[in-house]
Write a protein that binds this ligand. Structure first.
Ligand code: CO
Ligand code: CO
Length: 318
């Protein structure tokens, strides 16, 4: 795509950020984003809720508050209409939880169902959380465990069923709004934020490192993962996306001696993953403390240094 430049466009296409930010006046900017995908779980309500949480996440990742959203729906004629009703109900409940108004949408017929949202949010122009402004001396904090892609692969293969504990864990994780972490984060000094989605932790970390021209050091032993994700990764239940992410970011990653299982988890593509935050140590400690009663507590997983040979350095094992 041809880059668009305009003084009012605070965040555009050029830094692979989560959403576009457009300044209206001195105190207001709009955040605009869109995301939709095919079902990752069989239960239509759960799928709708996860897809909506994922779409809303990009607004939270910019420091914004979602205001309105529109449904994007692709649906085949051969499926029963109640399936679509349930998908939309899941999405609507999530929007209600986010205090975001559903104001419209569009449906087209397609061979495979797809669902997501286009979301409009608001942010103060001076308080936009870019993904490209990490600073040496910062620490890195992650607000959800990794492993959703691996669990979804195990689910597709029938190795995990909806009766399993890890199914509950992964669907709760994917459906959990980043709202709670973002709201708490607003009390602290924050230098850079992104949400972890398709490119996995290391893919998104690479974009942050490259955009900030810093090195991100990841302490793998501190990185939280979803129940049994490591076991399934060891069994080779690794989605194709993890290999694509390794190809995308691998040249910028130094991970001498780190096991394939750990790297597979770090490259695992996430659906509606947590926030990766670069912030001063003092603020991080207080933020982590403020998050300790949450369903998914925040965890310090590394630090930011001046640019070294490689953009990313991984040490230790998950
Ligand atoms: Co994002
Ligand atoms: Co996105």
């Amino acid at each position: 795509m041809v880059p668009v430049t305009d003084d009012r466009l605070l965040v555009g296409l050029d830094t692979s950020d989560d959403a576009a930010v457009y300044q209206i006046d001195d105190s207001r900017a709009i955040v605009q984003t869109l995301d939709f995908f095919t079902p990752i779980v069989d239960d239509p309500y759960t799928f709708g809720a996860i897809a909506a949480a994922n779409s809303l996440s990009d607004v939270y990742a910019m420091g914004g508050v979602p205001l309105t959203a529109m449904n994007i729906v692709c649906f085949p004629n051969c499926l029963e209409p109640w399936v679509l009703t349930e998908i939309l109900r899941g999405g609507a409940d999530k929007m209600k939880e986010a205090e975001c108004l559903l104001v419209g949408g569009h449906t087209v017929e397609d061979d495979e169902p797809k669902y997501g949202l286009s979301v409009l949010g608001m942010v103060h122009p001076d308080k936009v959380w870019k993904n490209s402004s990490a600073k040496p001396g910062d620490v890195l904090v992650l607000t959800k465990p990794l492993g959703a892609g691996i669990l979804n692969t195990a689910l597709k293969g029938g190795i995990v069923t909806p009766q399993d504990e890890e199914y509950t864990h992964v669907t709760e994780c994917m459906g959990h709004l980043n709202k709670y972490a973002a709201e708490k984060l607003m009390d602290f000094t924050v230098h850079a934020v992104t949400d972890i989605t398709g490119f996995g932790l290391l893919g998104h970390a690479f974009e942050m490192a490259e955009g900030s021209f810093c090195t991100l050091e990841i302490a793998a032993n501190r990185v939280p993962v979803i129940k049994k994700a490591k076991e399934y990764a060891q069994m080779g239940l690794v989605p194709a996306g993890a290999y694509a992410n390794r190809k995308y970011a691998g040249d910028a990653v130094y991970a001498e001696g780190v096991s394939d299982t750990t790297m597979d988890l770090l490259y695992d593509p996430q659906t509606s993953g947590g926030l990766l935050i670069s912030m001063p140590q003092d603020d991080a400690l207080r933020f982590i403390d403020a998050m300790k009663e949450e369903t998914f507590p925040a965890v310090q997983i590394g630090q930011v240094t001046e640019k070294q040979t490689d953009f990313i350095k991984v040490q230790g094992e998950i």
